[in-house]
Design a protein around this ligand. Structure first.
Ligand SMILES: Cc1ncc(COP(=O)(O)O)c(C=O)c1O
Length: 477
C-alpha cells in the first residue's frame, strides 16, 4: 500500500494551526476583555446546552468558522464566569495569561510524563518547581527533594489527601481497624479519601473559632486505642472552606507525634499566602507535618489543575503507590537515580502541569505573586469594612485572608437566602454560602487578578441596596 492509498484523516497542518490558533488566542483575549459584562452565574437551565447540540456527531469534518461560532452560541451561555472580576463564590479558580500560555505549550508538546524516561524535562521541571515553591513559601527544609522528602503536582487537593492517607495506611503496623481524624470543618475530600481507603473517619469538634480542638482529638485517639483500633492519620486544615479557620497545627502535630499518626495539612486555599513573609502564620506547626498540600489553582494565578503536595518521607508514599509492570521497566528507573512521578499519585498518566506553574512564577516573579495575594486581602478588607459599617449586617467570622463571611442580623436564614439569591440572580456578582453552627452565612472570596476596588465597592453597594428590598418583603416565617 502506498502512502496515497492509506486512509487520509483531515489533520490540521501546522500552517492551519498557526492561523486558527492565533484566531483562538484572540477569542480568549476578547473573552478576558468582555467577561465583566456577562452575567457571572450562568442562567442556563438543565438541558439548555444539550438542546443546542445535534443528536449525532458530524459525519464529515466541519468548517472552523462554524466551530468557533458555536463557542459563543452554545458554550458561553452555559458558562459560570470563574474569570469574572465579580466572581466571589467558593474559592477562586483564578487563571492568568501566563498560565494559559503554559497550558497551550503543554498541550502542544502532548507529553505523558508518567516516568522520568517518558520526558525527563517534565519530571525535572516539576521537581524543581516544587522545590522553588517550598522555598517561596518557606516550608520546612524536610519537604525539599534534596533530603528524604519532595513534592509533586496533583490534579487536586482531594488527590493529595487521598495519597497521604494511602501512605499512612501502608505505613501502619499492628492489627485492628484503622481510624483517621479531621475536624467537622474539614473538607469533604477527606471523607471521600476515608471512604475510598476503607479507613474509619472521626470528625473532631471545633471551638468558637471553627478550629479543631486538640484536646478533643486526643480524647478520641485514646478512646480508639482503648477499644483496640489503630489511629493512623489526621488531616488538619489551614484555611477551612467555610471560613478560612486555621487549626492549631502545632498542638495537633504534638498529639500526632505522641501517638504515631501521619499528619496531613490541608492548606488548599490558604497555603499559598505564605509567599508573603507577613502571612507565614499559615505555616505554624508544619515542622510536625508528614505532608502538606496547597493549590496554586485557587489563589496563585495558575489555571485549574495544579495542586501541590509535599511529603516529608517520599519513600513512604512510593512504597504505597508503586506498581511496576514489565512494560514500564526501563534503565533509568532501575538505576534508582530518577523520580518516576507515577509512583506519587493514583493514575499512571500525567500532564505536564509544571510548565504553567513555571511560566507564572517567571512572569510574575515572587514579588508579583506577593502583590496579588496582598491585593486580594486588601480588597476583601475593603469589602468587610463596607458591610460591617452598615448596622443591618454583621461579620460572621474573622477574615484573616481574602474570604469575608457576613450576614444580615435580622430575618434569619430566610432573609439571608433571599439576599444571596437576589445578588446571584442579578448577574452582577456571584457569592456562595456556608452554614456556621446552625446559621446561614454569605461568603465573599476575593482572588481574581482583574478584581479592582470598584468591583468590590459595586458589589457592596448592590448588597446593601438588595438588603433594603429583602427587608421590605414579608418573610414566610
Ligand atoms: C480546605 C479545602 N481542601 C480541599 C479542597 C479541595 O480542593 P480540590 O478541588 O483541589 O480537590 C478545597 C476546595 O475548595 C478546600 O477548600
Amino acid at each position: 500500500m502506498t502512502d496515497s492509498e492509506l486512509p487520509a484523516p483531515p489533520h490540521m497542518t501546522p500552517d492551519e494551526f498557526r492561523r486558527l490558533g492565533r484566531e483562538l488566542v484572540d477569542w480568549v483575549a476578547d473573552y478576558m476583555e468582555r467577561v465583566e459584562e456577562l452575567p457571572v452565574r450562568s442562567r442556563s437551565q438543565p438541558g439548555d446546552t444539550r438542546a443546542m447540540l445535534p443528536a449525532a456527531p458530524p459525519e464529515h469534518g466541519e468548517p472552523w468558522d462554524d466551530i468557533l461560532a458555536d463557542l459563543d452560541r452554545v458554550v458561553l451561555p452555559g458558562i459560570t464566569h470563574w474569570q469574572s472580576p465579580n466572581f466571589y463564590a467558593y474559592f477562586p479558580a483564578s487563571s492568568s495569561g501566563a498560565s494559559v500560555l503554559g497550558e497551550l505549550v503543554a498541550a502542544g508538546l502532548g507529553v505523558q510524563g508518567m516516568l522520568w524516561s517518558t520526558s525527563p524535562a517534565c519530571t525535572e521541571l516539576e521537581t524543581h518547581m516544587l522545590d522553588w515553591m517550598a522555598g517561596m513559601l518557606d516550608l520546612p527544609a524536610a519537604f525539599r527533594s534534596d533530603g528524604a522528602g519532595g513534592g509533586v503536582i496533583q490534579d487536586s487537593a482531594s488527590s493529595a489527601v487521598l495519597c497521604a492517607l494511602v501512605a499512612a495506611r501502608e505505613a501502619a503496623t499492628g492489627s485492628g481497624p484503622l481510624v483517621a481524624y479531621t475536624s467537622d470543618q474539614g473538607h469533604s475530600s477527606i471523607e471521600k479519601a476515608a471512604r475510598i481507603t476503607g479507613v474509619e473517619l472521626r470528625l473532631i469538634s471545633v471551638g468558637e473559632d471553627s478550629a479543631m480542638r486538640p484536646e478533643a482529638l486526643e480524647e478520641a485517639i485514646l478512646e480508639d486505642l482503648a477499644a483496640g483500633r489503630r489511629p493512623v492519620f489526621c488531616a488538619a486544615t489551614v484555611g477551612t472552606t467555610s471560613t478560612t479557620a486555621i487549626d492549631p497545627v502545632a498542638a495537633i502535630g504534638e498529639i500526632c507525634r505522641r501517638h504515631g499518626l501521619w499528619l496531613h495539612v490541608d492548606a488548599a486555599f490558604a497555603g499559598v499566602a505564605a509567599v508573603c513573609p507577613e502571612l507565614r502564620f499559615v505555616n505554624d506547626g508544619l515542622e510536625l507535618a508528614s505532608s502538606v498540600s496547597t493549590n496554586p489553582h485557587k489563589w496563585l494565578l495558575v489555571n485549574f489543575d495544579c495542586g501541590l503536595f509535599w511529603v516529608r518521607d517520599r519513600a513512604a508514599l512510593i512504597q504505597a503507590l508503586s506498581v511496576l509492570p514489565e512494560y514500564l521497566r526501563n534503565a533509568a528507573t532501575e538505576s534508582g537515580a530518577v523520580i518516576d512521578y507515577r509512583d506519587w499519585q493514583v493514575p499512571l498518566g500525567r500532564r505536564f502541569r509544571a510548565l504553567k506553574l513555571w511560566f507564572v512564577i517567571r512572569h510574575y516573579g515572587v514579588e508579583g505573586l506577593r502583590a496579588h495575594i496582598r491585593r486580594s486581602i486588601a480588597l476583601a478588607q475593603r469589602f468587610a469594612a463596607r458591610v460591617s459599617a452598615d448596622p443591618r449586617f454583621e461579620l460572621a467570622a474573622p477574615a484573616p485572608l481574602s474570604l469575608v463571611c457576613f450576614r444580615l442580623r435580622e430575618g434569619g436564614d430566610e432573609a439571608n437566602q433571599r439576599l444571596l439569591d437576589a445578588v446571584n440572580e442579578s448577574g452582577r456578582a456571584f457569592l456562595t454560602h456556608a452554614r456556621l453552627g446552625d446559621r446561614l452565612t454569605l461568603r465573599l472570596a476575593v482572588g481574581h487578578p482583574s478584581t479592582e476596588a470598584r468591583h468590590v465597592d459595586e458589589t457592596a453597594d448592590l448588597l446593601l441596596a438588595l438588603a433594603t428590598d429583602v427587608a421590605k418583603e414579608p418573610l414566610q416565617r
